[in-house]
Write a protein that binds this ligand. Sequence first.
Ligand code: GLN
Length: 510
Amino acid sequence: MSIALHEWGVAELATALAQRRVSSAEVTQALLQRVREHAHLGAFVAVDEEVALRQARVADERLARGERAPLLGVPIAHKDVLVTRELPTTAGSRMLAGYRSPFDATVVARLGAGGDGHPGAGAVTLGKLNCDEFAMGSGNDNSAYGPVRNPWDPARVPGGSSGGSAAAVAARLVPAATGTDTGGSIRQPAAFCGVTGIKPTYGRCSRYGLIAYASSLDQAGPMARSARDCALLLSVMAGPDPDRDATCLDRPPEDYTRGLDDPLPGASAARPLQGLRIGLPAEFFGDGCSPDVQAAVRAALAEFERLGATLVDVHLPRTELAIPTYYIIAPAEASSNLSRYDGVRYGYRAAQYTDLFDMYCRTRSEGFGAEVQRRILMGTYVLSHGYYDAYYLKAQQIRRLIAQDFLQAFSQCDLIAGPVAPTVAWRIGEKTDDPLSAYLADIYTLPASLAGLPGMSVPAGFGDGGLPVGLQLIGPHLAEQRLLHAAHQFQRTTDWHTRAPASVLPSCQV
Ligand code: GLN
């Protein structure tokens, strides 16, 4: 039986390439064609076919010489928040239109050609993926380069801010992509598009070369169709980055694919998750969560029980406070991080101005979109004299309490599970005039972000309108392996993660 090339996952492609059953040039060409055929999704903001094909040919030469690297010749794409030398980087903003970075982000280098002592995993970069401007948003409708459409229903958002990444993986334009997650931007779009994504522990992956939004929260992570493929990518991305990111943990890389197929110690093959205690926070299953999402999540949890896991009730009593806390801390950090866009050092500068001050004002008014300006204003306000103690400091204190709630919960369980988002994907434009309603929809992803914990989105079925629902798994710090193992075991007995949207055109059989 022949399976269409674009249906191959990362692991299958890497194996086929290493066995020389297919060439990287062939795969790259086939996927580039799909990218062209699916331009209406708006997932890509930059594609350079020449660059991609050159990288593919280099990979093919290395493969011909018998060289091995984990992703050698596998095409992937990067969220446009990760800087790349060979392609422009805009962070979805007019401010950075046409910007070229003189260097690659650490995770880009590690996945691709390597650098600074890292050999690189050999992936081919197909292009850069659309996202909300400076990663601020939940629907990918805040991009200066137009919205991204959800492949399951083009009238719907793909989620955000890594909406291009999720849509591209769901539409089978690439087998995997990078995303970044500050308050849910890997997990929520993965859920809305029916793909798998993991936000690692804060500090597990280097932030060097990530265009900064909120530095105490930003993390890069992989998005793919399966947990196994996420594990493959994360094994390459994670690890210390001395001299470049002081917040990157000094902990060697690990092979997250190891033992994925094995049952937990002491468990049987039939009940491989026996002994795993999954905590269900009551606060994640309240009235705010729509019935269709609840039903899919509950059904997924029943499958985890069949696999041997035990469900236990836990509490995260400050869940509601995560929204005001995050929407003080993140804009505060953003207002500081984005002060560098002054029309002098980077990117856009207003064409006409009277004096220096006027140049700053016009540059920032014209270069930033409405949501980014709103957050700069909020952030500047909460950091200003007289409000700092009342808002910013208070938010930092509550952030600590939220982290303590998780510590308490993890004394009763090994993983926490719940929905990723309260609803399925909404219609494009539905929340544009009501930013608060979009902020509220982040309720289940923000707590783990504030606590720096790893979180995952696993396809768990479909809700209203036949749209995908994601199950969120949250682990203690550095429990990525536990998350990926549980998700992989779930994916061995379910096929939600293999479902493709009907709109996905068939092309290219091998
Ligand atoms: N939706 C959240 C926000 O708008 C999270 C975004 C993100 O994780 N980058 O800030």
